[in-house]
Design a binder for this molecule. Sequence first.
Ligand code: HEM
Length: 298
Amino acid sequence: MTDPTHLDPVAAIDRLRAAFRGPAAHRSLHAKGRFYAGTFTPTAEAGALGRARHLHEPTPVLVRWSNAGGNAAVPDRTPDIRGMAVKFRLADGTATDLLGQTSPRFPTDDPEEFVAMTEASVNKLTFPLFLARHPRMVPAILAGVRGKAISTPVSFAETTFYPIHAYGWRDDEDRRTWVRYTFVPTATRADRLDQRFSGADALFEEMAARLERGPVAHEVRVQVAGPGHDPHSSTSVWKGAEELLAGRIEVTEALPDQESDQPVVFDPTRVVDGIELSEDPILRYRPVAYTESVSRRH
Ligand code: HEM
């Protein structure tokens, strides 16, 4: 297994910030985003497999939809991965986070390779050369292209997001089931607004108008690991895994800036009783990188 500490997080964040030349005080990646409020309502099937409280009762969520690039000045129509970060705020005051992005597969289990790929992706002309030198990454990148991971969507409401890592759900008897999430939109072409949005903030303006009409929902589906499905790797593919509907995230309102006093941090290793982390080296590396990024946001 890769040593998740072998890439100095200070160097990693320096490199990401240099690649995007994003303004100071923004996130080093996913720099442009806005906050929303809603509710997660779980299904009985999820509650049967996991004892975590939010799998048993409707729970308020804080959502941040974002563009993945590190420069918040880039217009929304620019091709990019998109993000949907969700913080589940449990009744006992604890919270757990899931961070989805639009690529269905992750290309590497090595944080250093991810940073190198992100640096290389900024230059569209030389990116194919990078991929030629890293052929193992190509199938995941192609899966992203097929899944329109970097196309400009009409709306975040029509976009599918993948949190990638597996999490262990513990039930009341402490039995563990490994699951992998997908946030699947319920909106279709037929639900599109008549109005067209084309300015630099098109995606966020579209969402504001859509929410004035009514809520925006994503189903939370999970794949359940079977024999041979590796939960400890971001690159593993769970072919033929059973799927179940775990619940629904319904966003009801756009929120004003949430970060005037202190930064909001979405951390994929923030879990609550009943949810367990895997040994996935990308998952284990993320909090050190995010902490370093957050320290530069003050
Ligand atoms: C080694 C791998 C990765 C590195 C180094 C990395 C790095 C970062 C950094 C530095 C930030 C900004 C954090 C902040 O200032 O709060 C960020 C945000 C984010 N990342 Fe990652 N990331 C990695 C993998 C992933 C993966 C696998 C996903 C999704 C499956 C993901 C989804 C996101 C999302 C959605 C945000 C925005 C969170 C928000 O809205 O506050 N990242 N990432």
